[in-house]
Design a binder for this molecule. Structure first.
Ligand code: HEM
Length: 140
C-alpha cells in the first residue's frame, strides 16, 4: 500500500495533536542537520591551510566578524541541545524514566506524562549551558 504523505514538510509543524516532545524531536532533527552543515563548512575552511599562510590568514579574517561569532554561538546552542536531548532520547529508548506498564482503565492517562520530569530536568540543563555560553561568547 502506498502511503500518501499529504502534509509533506508542513507536517513537521502542523501534523495534528502534537505535544512538546514532538517539537523537541523536530528541533533535534534541525539541530542534527545544522551540525552536519557546520561540520562540512569547518572542514572546507580548515582545508585552506594547505594553500599557505596568506590564504589561511585571509580565510581566518573572513570568519572573524560579528556575523560568524553569532553563527558560532548558534552552533554551540545546536550542539548543547542535540547532545542533551539525544541523551534524553537514549534514556527513554532504553526504557528508563517511562514508568511501569499498567492495566489501562478509564479515564485513561497518557504515559507521555511519566517522561516529563526527565524532559524538564534536561531542558533546564540545556538552558543553563546556553546561559554559560552567552556569558562566554558575548560578556567575558
Ligand atoms: C553527544 C553527541 C550526540 C548525541 C548524544 C546524539 C544523539 C542522537 C540520537 C539519540 C539520535 C536519534 C534520535 C532518534 O531517532 O531517537 C540522533 C540523531 C541524529 N543526530 Fe545526533 N547525537 C550527537 C551528536 C551529533 C552530531 C555531532 C551530529 C552532526 C554532525 C548529529 C547529527 C544527527 C542527525 C542528523 C540525526 C538524525 C535526526 C533525524 O533523524 O531526524 N548528532 N542523535
Amino acid at each position: 500500500m502506498r502511503y500518501n504523505n499529504r502534509l509533506g514538510a508542513k507536517g513537521w509543524v502542523i501534523g495534528g495533536n502534537y505535544s512538546i516532545e514532538r517539537y523537541l524531536y523536530i528541533l533535534h532533527r534541525v539541530s542534527g542537520l545544522a551540525l552536519i552543515f557546520y561540520l562540512m563548512c569547518h572542514l572546507i575552511l580548515t582545508s585552506f591551510r594547505i594553500a599557505g599562510a596568506p590564504t589561511w590568514e585571509a580565510a581566518m579574517a573572513f570568519v572573524s566578524g560579528p556575523f560568524f561569532k553569532v553563527g558560532e554561538f548558534l552552533v554551540m546552542c545546536a550542539g548543547v541541545y542535540h547532545a542533551i536531548n539525544g541523551l534524553r532520547l537514549i534514556i527513554i529508548e532504553l526504557g528508563y524514566c517511562i514508568g511501569k506498564p499498567e492495566r489501562q482503565e478509564y479515564p485513561y492517562t497518557p504515559s507521555i506524562k511519566k517522561q516529563r520530569p526527565l524532559m524538564y530536568l534536561l531542558m533546564l540543563v540545556v538552558a543553563a549551558l546556553v546561559a554559560v555560553s552567552v556569558v562566554d561568547f558575548f560578556i567575558m
